[in-house]
Design a protein around this ligand. Structure first.
Ligand code: ZN
Length: 404
């Protein structure tokens, strides 16, 4: 039996006045997703427990069949895994954004989409001035990533970390145009994080990178913003839990990291951008190619979420139609042609166009294939899912249902 999972990230939404009361899923041209609904079942699943933030990290962990309450340790460790960074039992990974804070207001959580090259130079400076060899710098490693998205590692060696699960930080993208003064880290070890953030201010103020950026009329990176910290999650290999091998196609580091941590292969597709200009057809072709060597192929597409963050209904609808035509349709046809199969379409969490950000709440899913009896559903969308008797309040249990 072969399995395929297609994740249009954040595609679940609300009825839109501008769409005559339809949701983007209803408005989009999605004959392949509707065919799955007709041949199988439509239901709903909640991948973000009320006690956790509605991030793609938590939601996709659940979607992949892991209880996030028991397994989620933070966002940064997943990104570290995506970069192939190993974390020891006493190590912590911390997201290290380069940001622009002016007059205590978060002007830009990306420091004007600072280039990777500029970010490397700034990270080298904080590593040199705040890292090992300086008071309080033992075990610190600033790791450059891509653009504003970098990491700080706290290597514990034999020393236990000052942080705990109660250390609270705020994602800088939640602070855009807001005062930051009440949102510095709190709880165990927060003094360490706050000190590093404060010290980076003077190190960056007259840094050549910022001097050049100001001259060019660009926003400077005023400081590092530390958040999303955690230890490596101890995830059981997927093959051990569910007895199947998996492979992941994604352009997003979080999903790459999750795949690495559960022992799935990662398939890199040229032209996969994580934005609405991604090469949908290439993702579809690669998914079909990989089918022979794996039990489960999972294709994650970020474009739907990206369109929601921009509040762009037309782009969201277009992304859904592209996913349907270039990924769901050909993959479903290839699965049918090779024998027994099951196929599942589901987003991770809702990202309503109205709020332009992730939210808690159930998402609709459709699945069909060998041994799945059809219900009455004829379309794949939120209202159909809301009427369904098939609901998973603990969304991570959907995986068992899909694979049984
Ligand atoms: Zn997401």
């Amino acid at each position: 039996m072969k399995y395929a999972i297609i994740i249009p990230d954040g595609c679940a939404d609300e009825p839109q006045e501008t769409l005559g009361g339809r949701t983007p899923l209803q408005a989009a041209e999605t004959p392949a997703m509707d065919a799955i609904a007709r041949a199988g079942v439509v239901g709903r699943a909640n991948h973000v427990p009320a006690s956790l933030p509605p991030g793609s990290d938590v939601a996709n962990l659940s979607l992949l069949g892991y209880d996030p309450i028991a397994n989620f340790t933070g966002r940064a460790p997943l990104e570290a895994a995506a970069q192939g960074i190993e974390l020891g039992p006493n190590d912590w990974a911390i997201r290290c954004n380069l940001v622009t804070v002016e007059d205590q207001i978060m002007r830009d959580f990306t420091a004007g989409h600072i280039t990777t090259d500029e970010a490397k130079k700034l990270l080298a400076t904080v590593q040199e001035k705040l890292g090992p060899g300086h008071p309080g710098g033992a075990g610190l490693e600033f790791v450059p990533g891509v653009s504003y998205r970098n990491l700080l590692l706290w290597r514990g060696q034999r020393q236990s970390a000052p942080f705990s699960r109660d250390t609270r930080t705020t994602p800088p993208h939640d602070l855009t145009d807001k005062p930051v003064i009440d949102d510095y880290p709190r709880g165990p070890g927060s003094d360490v994080l706050t000190r590093l953030m404060a010290e980076s201010v003077s190190l960056f103020a007259d840094h050549p990178v910022n001097v050049a950026r100001r001259k060019a009329g660009k926003l400077p990176a005023t400081n590092v913003w530390l958040w999303g910290l955690g230890r490596a999650p101890a995830l059981k290999p997927f093959s051990e839990l569910y007895g199947k091998r998996g492979a992941m196609i994604t352009a997003v580091d979080l999903l790459r990291g999750l795949a690495a941590l559960i022992g799935w292969r990662r398939i890199e597709v040229p032209g996969a951008t994580g934005y609405i200009d991604t090469d949908y057809a290439a993702k579809g072709r690669y998914a079909i190619e990989v089918l022979g060597d794996t039990d489960i192929i999972c294709v994650h597409v970020e474009a739907t979420d990206e369109a929601s963050h921009q509040g762009d209904a037309a782009a969201k609808i277009e992304a859904l139609s592209q996913i349907d035509r270039h990924i769901v349709a050909p993959l479903h046809a290839a699965l049918k042609a090779q024998g027994d199969y099951r196929i599942l379409v589901t987003p991770d969490h809702p990202t309503p166009l109205r709020t332009k950000t992730h939210s808690h709440g159930a998402v609709p899913f459709a699945l069909c294939g060998s041994g799945v009896a059809a219900d009455a559903a004829t379309t794949y969308d939120e209202p159909t899912a809301d009427r369904s008797v098939l609901a998973f309040d603990e969304g991570w249990r959907l995986m068992q249902y899909f694979l049984q």
